[in-house]
Design a protein around this ligand. Structure first.
Ligand code: AMP
Length: 170
């Protein structure tokens, strides 16, 4: 059969094609440097390869909260933890996360009980922006799901600043 000639079903082909289309749509324009391209491509690949975990599955962020692996902490209180991104996309790039995930693998899993923690994450972004001296502006981002380029399934707010942001985002 034509579609199975090389051992791949038409469904597998379609899945791969869909993933490549999503992947290609995230590639930077030709004006980007090759190191930017490499970094963005690997980030997108990681996002597309990461299957959403079940709500209780630990992620690398649990180890960071528990200080089992080191991070550059910029803020901590009883509910919220914030640290510098290991692969910064701006001079200031901080991740703000809840200490207790409570099912919030991503924003799409939010329920009414999460009102308070969601507000705290955003308010903390504002506090940290002030602490970091981002007085001329900053950006907050929450990636959700494979098409949103999420790679860690423990909700987090990206706080980016220290350079001019562009619109639309990639
Ligand atoms: P997202 O792609 O929105 O899920 O964001 C996950 C972020 O976590 C990425 O920007 C990564 O660079 C960042 N990240 C992954 N591991 C670490 C780590 N050990 N320390 C700091 N940031 C990390």
């Amino acid at each position: 059969m034509k579609g199975l000639k090389n051992g791949m079903s038409s469904v597998s082909r379609r899945n791969i094609t869909q993933r490549l289309v999503v992947f290609a749509s995230h590639l930077p324009s030709s004006s980007s440097s090759s190191s930017d391209s490499t970094s963005m491509a690997s980030e997108k690949q990681a996002a597309l390869a990461t299957a959403p975990s079940d709500a209780d599955a630990p992620t690398i962020f649990d180890k960071i909260i528990n200080k089992e692996i080191p991070s550059n902490v910029v803020y901590e209180d009883d509910k919220v933890f914030a640290f510098r991104d290991i692969n910064p996309q701006a001079p200031t790039h901080i991740l703000i996360i809840p200490k207790v995930k409570d099912g919030l693998t991503g924003l799409s899993k939010a329920e009414e009980r999460h009102f308070e923690i969601l507000g705290r994450l955003l308010y903390t972004a504002k506090l940290i922006a002030k602490q970091e001296g981002l007085d001329d502006g900053f950006r907050v981002v929450i990636n959700d799901g494979p098409k949103g380029c999420q790679s860690v399934y423990h909700i987090h707010v990206h706080l980016l600043g220290g350079r001019q942001m562009n619109w639309p985002p990639g």
